[in-house]
Ligand binder design. Structure first.
Ligand code: SF4
Ligand code: SF4
Length: 282
């Protein structure tokens, strides 16, 4: 019988809660248990798992592409319809002149080339990022997605990184994938969470941590992904802020990680966080 691949996303509404650190610890926990594991860094605008485990992103294994609009001046009648319909204000047009496309604001949504009555907007494929594959140790791989700076929309890039990861997982008969998402609740986070079996929400016992936890829980409910809470630096704030939310939402606080000098030491040396995650739980 084909074994079931487990897909866990490590996420959190707020940045700076130790989400990536926990993702590395969790991946290493599965590796210690002799599971075949992939850690997939989906924080494509600012990936840092490779730094935490002291790997270099050298030769990309795949390029990430997106589609952007390109004006065909021969066909354009300067009607202004495209600029009117672009919700991102990525098309600037002075009446009577050709529209100008501002790539930094464009999400590649395709509305403009669909509304243009004269088929004057072509679709141009452009490279927007790269995917890297590193072997961490036996049966433990790291996959990292990195996008070019200044992109308006990185959700589709995350989906491409996930697709690459799932194909690789199937080839290598992997048991568990840990997806490390960006912070927040925007499109790249939704792309990372979608289709996962479990979300580990890393938060901290502060008013800001509690506020952002409520937001990410709402999103996870909508996406119908089962969730558990991890409180990082649990001995440094007011834990009741988080337990009240957990109780109200009937969600388990799975782990509490106290402030740990041991983790800091590994972190500052850029070494693989080679600590048994259950050992540092209260
Ligand atoms: S909708 Fe088409 S024809 Fe009209 S301004 Fe835009 S590109 Fe030109
Ligand atoms: S693809 Fe979408 S975001 Fe980009 S210019 Fe066209 S309408 Fe605007």
């Amino acid at each position: 019988m084909k074994k079931k691949l487990k897909k866990i996303v490590v996420t959190g509404g707020k940045g700076g809660t130790g989400k990536s650190t926990f993702a590395v610890l969790l991946a290493n926990k599965y590796s210690r248990e002799k599971k075949r594991v992939i850690l997939c860094d989906c924080d494509v605008e600012c990936p840092n798992d490779y730094l935490l485990i002291s790997k270099k992103l050298k030769k990309p294994n795949k390029k990430i592409y997106a589609i952007f609009p390109k004006l065909d001046k021969k066909k354009c009648r300067k009607c202004g319809l495209c600029a009117k319909h672009c919700e991102n204000n990525a098309i600037f047009q002075v009446p009577g002149k050709y529209p100008v496309f501002i790539k930094e604001l464009c999400s590649g949504c395709g509305v403009c080339w669909n509304v243009c009555p004269y088929s004057a907007i072509k679709q141009k494929k452009e490279e927007i990022g790269k995917i890297y594959l590193n072997k961490v140790k036996k049966d433990f791989w790291l996959i990292t997605g990195v996008t070019k700076p200044g992109l308006q929309e990185t959700g589709p890039a995350v989906s491409q990184v996930k697709k690459f990861t799932l194909n690789f997982a199937e080839k290598k008969k992997v048991d568990v994938i840990i997806f490390d998402s960006a912070a927040g609740t925007h499109c790249p986070v939704i792309a990372a969470i979608s289709d996962c079996d479990l979300a580990e929400i890393v938060t901290e016992p502060t008013p800001m941590g509690a506020h952002d936890l409520k937001i990410i829980l709402d999103l996870l409910k909508k996406l119908k992904v089962k969730s558990k809470i991890v409180i990082n630096q649990s001995n440094l704030g007011d834990k009741s802020l988080i337990s009240k939310i957990a109780q109200k939402n009937h969600i388990k606080i799975e782990r509490e990680i106290p402030y740990s000098k041991e983790i800091l030491n590994y972190y500052s040396k850029g070494q693989l966080l080679d600590i048994d995650v259950s050992r540092i739980s209260l």
